[in-house]
Ligand binder design. Structure first.
Ligand SMILES: [Fe+2]
Length: 185
């Protein structure tokens, strides 16, 4: 599956624009972390871009264990590499899929980082990613009541891929800044 086909598939299945942006942000950070570890940037990017493909198909309040599994099954039928579909399952702990490979551990911690960075941007006067710095993100990370939905525990699992929180935030922020026009931030 090409990146273009993947994005088309996302647009067909995910109508909420903020969700699409979240998937684009996850893709950008996945690619950046793949580069950091000399991993397959294309596969990592696709996993990030496609990880919430089923978010409007699965009722994840009712069936949290299905979110990721349904999307992974759709993609497997289309012939998408199991490295990618397994990573998609692993992004959601409720699926029961254990994090084993680097890509699986990476997608897990990257997913909520995007939300923290977006929230930290939206409280800036300019609301622009360009004006956000890694230290502000780290400060927001420590503020427990800020953007509670972005699980600090999951973000901190960047230690599973041997990244310090500081480096992880720096890579993530830079990756999102590079696609700021796509994110409208
Ligand atoms: Fe997500």
């Amino acid at each position: 599956m090409t990146r273009e086909e993947a994005l088309r598939l996302v647009r067909q299945n995910v109508k909420n624009e903020n969700s699409v942006k979240h998937m684009l942000a996850t893709e950008a950070i996945m690619r950046a972390v793949a580069r950091r570890f000399d991993e397959n940037e294309e596969k990592w990017g696709l996993a990030g871009l496609l990880h919430d493909l089923d978010m409007e198909i699965v009722d994840y309040k009712q069936n949290p264990e299905k979110q990721g599994v349904v999307g992974a099954e759709m993609l497997a039928k289309m012939g998408v590499d199991s490295v990618i579909t397994e990573a998609i399952k692993a992004h959601n702990e409720a699926t029961g899929k254990k994090r084993e490979t680097l890509i699986e551990k990476a997608i897990f911690c990257i997913d909520p980082l995007t939300g923290l960075i977006v929230a930290a941007t939206l409280v800036l006067p300019s609301k622009k990613l360009a004006d956000l710095n890694p230290q502000s993100v780290l400060n927001r990370f420590k503020e427990k009541s800020f953007a509670k939905g972005a699980s600090r525990q999951i973000i901190a699992s960047c230690s599973e891929i041997s990244l310090s929180l500081e480096e992880f935030v720096e890579i993530g922020l830079k990756a999102m800044q590079n696609i700021s026009s796509d994110l409208n931030l």
